[in-house]
Design a binder for this molecule. Structure first.
Ligand SMILES: N[C@@H](CCC(=O)N[C@@H](CS)C(=O)NCC(=O)O)C(=O)O
Length: 215
């Protein structure tokens, strides 16, 4: 039995990443949702994992925490490969995934994931725009160098797209400017059947987190 413990689908960006990876990899799993920002959330999170954060994957008594570690676990068991077959492309896919995992602080801080919300464009901090510029550069570069086989960063959907999916939703929610190449890439992510399933569930959720309801 494989269970993925996640947070609210509308707000929990780190949960979306491995959830998409498990779906894309064709690995059956059950999900358990912990509603975040409630008085009892921390106790429930700590029950799921000593790190006290979601996502957490539990597989036959083995607990794996952290989004990227779960994506790697999924990649090792995937029926459909989650990383590019070519070694150079795979190394770049892991680089851009790691850059996302540890970076884009200003975008993440100022533009939290809120899938339901669409804000009109407005002027943003220089630091946020620098993050957006770098993201646009990564997407355009990967599409140009590795994207010939499909609409995603490395052609077929990969772990890198799972890592960037919440970034795609942030750019949509905050109407941030990106190139036409990146816009086409965003459309591919936003129309992937697994993403659409997550989005529909996020829209049906009753919970609101005021910290993430920002313009
Ligand atoms: N680096 C971690 C970050 C996990 C994380 O920050 N999760 C948030 C939800 S998106 C969380 O559990 N927040 C609950 C809390 O801070 O109490 C990962 O990649 O999985």
């Amino acid at each position: 039995m494989t269970t993925l413990v996640i947070g609210n689908k509308n707000y929990s960006s780190w949960s979306l990443r491995p959830w998409l990876a498990l779906k894309a990899a064709g690995i059956p799993f059950e999900e358990k949702l912990i509603v975040l920002n409630q008085p009892d959330s921390k106790a429930k999170l700590l029950e799921a994992s000593p790190a006290g954060l979601v996502p957490v994957l539990v597989d036959d008594g083995l607990t794996i925490w952290d989004s990227l570690a779960i994506i790697e676990w999924a990649a090792e068991r995937a029926k459909t490969p989650l990383w590019p077959q070519d070694a150079s492309a795979r190394a770049i896919a892991r680089s851009v995934s790691a850059e996302m995992h540890s970076g884009f602080y200003h975008l993440r801080k100022n533009c939290p994931m809120n899938i339901r919300r669409i804000n009109p464009a407005r002027e943003r901090d220089e630091a946020v725009m620098a993050d957006v510029k770098r993201i646009d550069e990564i997407w355009s570069d990967c599409r140009k160098r590795f994207g010939a086989g499909g609409p995603f960063l490395f052609g077929a959907l990969s772990g890198a797209d799972c890592m960037y999916a919440p970034v795609v939703t942030r750019i949509r929610s905050f109407s941030l400017p990106v190139s036409d190449v990146s816009k086409a890439y965003m459309d591919a992510v936003l129309n992937h059947p697994a993403f659409l399933e997550w989005e529909a569930a996020s829209k049906a959720e009753p919970w609101t987190n005021p910290n993430s309801e920002v313009d």
